[in-house]
Ligand binder design. Structure first.
Ligand code: CAA
Length: 240
């Protein structure tokens, strides 16, 4: 049976690598994107993976979007909550808009997608949910109270939903990436990034494909005994 996977933020960065890895492994993939229309078109053209424009921070849009994906591809077996943004700034400069945008896009999105698929997963007695957290949700990061709070929230969300899903063969796990070579990390001021990379024992940024590998491991049918866990993929930068 070809399982259906939804990847949010699935046309760029880490999400793009996840969408591609899932497709190559034989899954039917729907890549959800928020705004970059041109990139999404190019992505579908290159990969054959359909892209769906859905604002993941909007409950109604997600509900309708998942219904559309279900009608076109079939019931959703796998959700990878990867969509995320940064609006970095120290507390004394951060606006309520920066706080809210990050909390809603990075954390409320997990509620929105999971709420939209959970009934169907429970009925079918199968589900694989992977939430992309962050090293900065585990350890905190200067200039990121919003992002660290949202990502840390993802780790709690994962453990709570894992307990609810267990009896229905719905596993819920998180991956906590470290600094990965994507547009998001390239936006960090170079002098700041240089200091961060100096603290990574492996001595380099990670690659998006190295996160995708972890996702493949966690969504497999055979991974039914792994739930509520966090897989840290960070080059040794934070061990706990
Ligand atoms: N620890 C302690 N002090 C720090 C610091 C740190 N990590 N970073 C900066 N400072 C200090 C600076 O040295 C500076 O001090 P002085 O005034 O004494 O020189 C002071 O704080 C102000 O720093 P900035 O000039 O950088 O302040 P700013 O307001 O212009 O910018 C900032 C602040 C936006 C937070 C900027 O430092 C920044 O962009 N930092 C990067 C944050 C980061 O790592 N984001 C991760 C994005 S990638 C991601 O999130 C993906 C993931 O999951 C890993």
């Amino acid at each position: 049976m070809q399982r259906v996977a939804v990847v949010t933020g699935g046309t760029r960065g880490i999400g793009e690598a996840i969408s591609l890895a899932l497709k190559d492994a034989g899954y039917k993939v729907a890549a959800v994107y928020g705004g970059d229309e041109a990139k999404a078109k190019a992505f579908t053209h290159q990969t054959g993976i359909p892209a769906y424009k859905i604002d993941v921070s909007d409950f109604k849009q997600v509900k309708d979007g998942i219904a559309k994906i279900t009608a076109e591809l079939g019931p959703v077996d796998i959700v990878v909550n990867n969509a995320g943004i940064t609006r970095d700034g120290t507390m004394h400069k951060m606006t309520p808009e920066q706080w809210e945008a990050v909390i809603h896009t990075n954390l409320s999105s997990c509620f929105n997608t999971c709420r939209a698929v959970i009934d169907s997963m429970r009925e079918r007695n199968f589900g694989r949910i992977v939430n992309i957290g962050s090293i900065n949700g585990q350890a905190g990061q200067y200039g990121q109270v919003n992002y660290a709070a949202a990502k840390s929230g993802i780790h709690g969300f994962t453990k709570a939903l894992a307990q609810e899903g267990a009896a229905k063969n719905i596993t819920v796990n998180a991956i906590a990436p470290g600094y990965i070579d994507t547009d998001m990390v390239r936006a960090v001021p170079p002098q700041v990034l240089e200091k961060i990379v100096a603290k990574i024992p492996v001595g380099r940024l990670g690659q998006a494909s190295e996160i995708a590998r972890g996702v493949l491991f966690l969504v497999a049918d055979e991974a039914g005994f792994i739930t509520g866990s966090t897989l840290s993929i960070n080059g040794g930068q934070h061990m706990y």
